[in-house]
Design a protein around this ligand. Sequence first.
Ligand code: DSN
Length: 414
Amino acid sequence: MKDKLIEKLIKAEEKRQAEGLELIPSENYVSEDVLKANGSVFTNKYSEGYPGKRYYGGQENTDAVERLAIERACKLFNCKFANVQPLSGAPANVATYFALMEPGDTIMGMDLSHGGHLTHGSPVTYISKIFKFIRYKMKNIETGEIDYDDMLKVAMKEKPKIILAGFSAYSRELDYKKFIKIAHKVGAITMADMAHIAGLIAGKAVRNPFTDGFDIITTTTHKTLRGPRGGMILIRDNEEIAKKIDKSIFPGLQGGPHMNNIAAKAVAFGEALTPAFKKYTKQILKNAKVMAEVFRKNKIRMIGGGTDNHLILADVYGSLGVTGKEAQDVLDEVGITLNKNMIAEDPRKPMDPSGIRFGTPAITTRGFKEKECRRVAELMILVLKNKNNKKIKESAHKKIKALAKKFPIPKKFV
Ligand code: DSN
């Protein structure tokens, strides 16, 4: 590269990723082929519109790429329509709201503090000024059970147009049938934001909301799905909804799609359609369960009591007297990256909450199995319990580095 400053930073980031262990549950490593497509000449092209209906010329290759991405996405998630143009998860959600509602209409989503996402109605977002968001919560924080009775009561009163299932910090499986039952009672559309678990659904490691009859799924493509940074909207079978979504993404919200990114999505979807990917997603779950087991044995409280998916939310402040920020920092020192996180009914503040959120998608991509995950969880707890002990931290760091060296980030998965 001619730009030595940027080249140096790319190399430094490659080294950081290679030498440390990535436990942020929304991160992963893509294949060399996904990187190649993302860095391809498609980045040079403007292609507003959709395949066969573009505003500019020269679209014979972009049309073919986008059609392939759509076809593979529909096969992967068992649905009829897909829009692969959303730049990421937030615009996918916003475009879906605008496609199906008028300003002032109501959406019911999971409370942010109980695991929901900012775009599900946090008051700090612009969309919360446009739509009315009402929330549901867990009934029992120790088991993660959602309060479906209260959900029904509130939905009957407020008559939301959309009932939204999905989360970014929740470790249990949702009962999609109950969401649908409530939605049918109040005439709402069902939408699942499955950004975190898209890969798990694609690999059939967890349930697909479409199987139970959900109308729409929104997602990012870069988490468990192991694709490039981006978003997508899937529609089970309703053509009218699909048309509204297309219009809402373009020209409603976005301009020219990022075709290099769509090419990379197509490559990732192709990889996700293989038996190897199925095996990978099952291993993600096994690995997360083992880590939860170690935390349980050490009497560290987990929100929801454990995990059914790829992530764990642990109350390290309540259990060990270490704040989420302290835990994140000290684990960073020994080569483990994860994130501090609010827990339900957190007595602390967002910038230094009680919890940490971590997961297994990236280390499973590296080839970690139960044995290595157990070891990582034990090392995490050892470091958290001895956060001021230099010797213990140095020794843990060495072990983490050795594990990372033994399991290099693969370049190919199929
Ligand atoms: N920032 C993502 C996550 O880490 O869960 C959600 O958008």
